[in-house]
Design a protein around this ligand. Sequence first.
Ligand SMILES: NC(=O)c1ccc[n+]([C@@H]2O[C@H](COP(=O)([O-])OP(=O)(O)OC[C@H]3O[C@@H](n4cnc5c(N)ncnc54)[C@H](OP(=O)(O)O)[C@@H]3O)[C@@H](O)[C@H]2O)c1
Length: 259
Amino acid sequence: MSRIFITGSSDGLGLAAARTLMKGGHDVVLHARSSERASAISEISPTALGIVIGDLASATETRSIAEQVNAIGRMDAVIHNAGIYLERSRGETPDGHAKTLAVNVLAPYLLTAWITRPDRLVYLTSGMHRSGSSALDDIDWKKRPWNASQAYSESKLYIATLAAAVARHWPDVLSNAVDPGWVPTKMGGAGAPDDLEMGHLTQTWLGASEDKAAKVSGGYWYHRQRREAAPEMTDAGFQDALVDTLAGLTGVHLFAERR
Ligand SMILES: NC(=O)c1ccc[n+]([C@@H]2O[C@H](COP(=O)([O-])OP(=O)(O)OC[C@H]3O[C@@H](n4cnc5c(N)ncnc54)[C@H](OP(=O)(O)O)[C@@H]3O)[C@@H](O)[C@H]2O)c1
């Protein structure tokens, strides 16, 4: 049985993944943005290994989340699930970043650096990553007029690319990206056509299964099938340019060899 930390497990796919893993006998550490949001999962939190609190839009709170997780102990797997979709404006996080970039990319990047390295990492991306752009000169939306859909697509290209970069730089870790499909959560909306069940079972499988097929790294997955992602994801040059850009924005270097 594994110890698994899931970001954004107060709702949607993260909560569904937590329930499935807990039913399977795994020790799950839950995460909610605030104590108020933690109360939404008071029905399952007593049987979880722990619950950590913090807003991923803030680097300080993200640091605290990593410290809370590390205080519980080393995780076997971390599922970077939390995300936001169409924000009305760029927003401005306490660190001055676009909120979509901060929550969807900078926070999982920082948590990857700060949480004691697990055996497996899973990052939630989206089919919309294909509309992302390989231009990295304005990933924080300081020059361009705000475009919520483009910002989300780019964030999902970056997170899929981060998954592949981790797989390449850390051969001892299984790191994969998952597109859950368009599913009926708070984010997906009630009319979403895809299957919520299939939408969360790939990340739980990659995070915990002993199946040989689940013990691979660097993949882009949809419904437990490996799929072709946008070519940038597997482009080592783009991966390294991205991680260098993220290091520049956060002041945190993920890969020692790129310091
Ligand atoms: N649903 C889809 O159709 C779809 C499609 C493709 C990809 N995805 C991806 O799948 C992942 C999960 O999506 P979902 O549909 O389950 O979304 P959701 O129902 O909106 O749930 C998102 C989770 O992330 C948490 N979260 C958001 N911002 C946060 C912040 N600043 N600090 C801490 N927690 C935060 C939310 O907390 P609160 O409950 O407090 O808001 C919630 O627990 C996302 O990465 C999303 O991009 C979803």
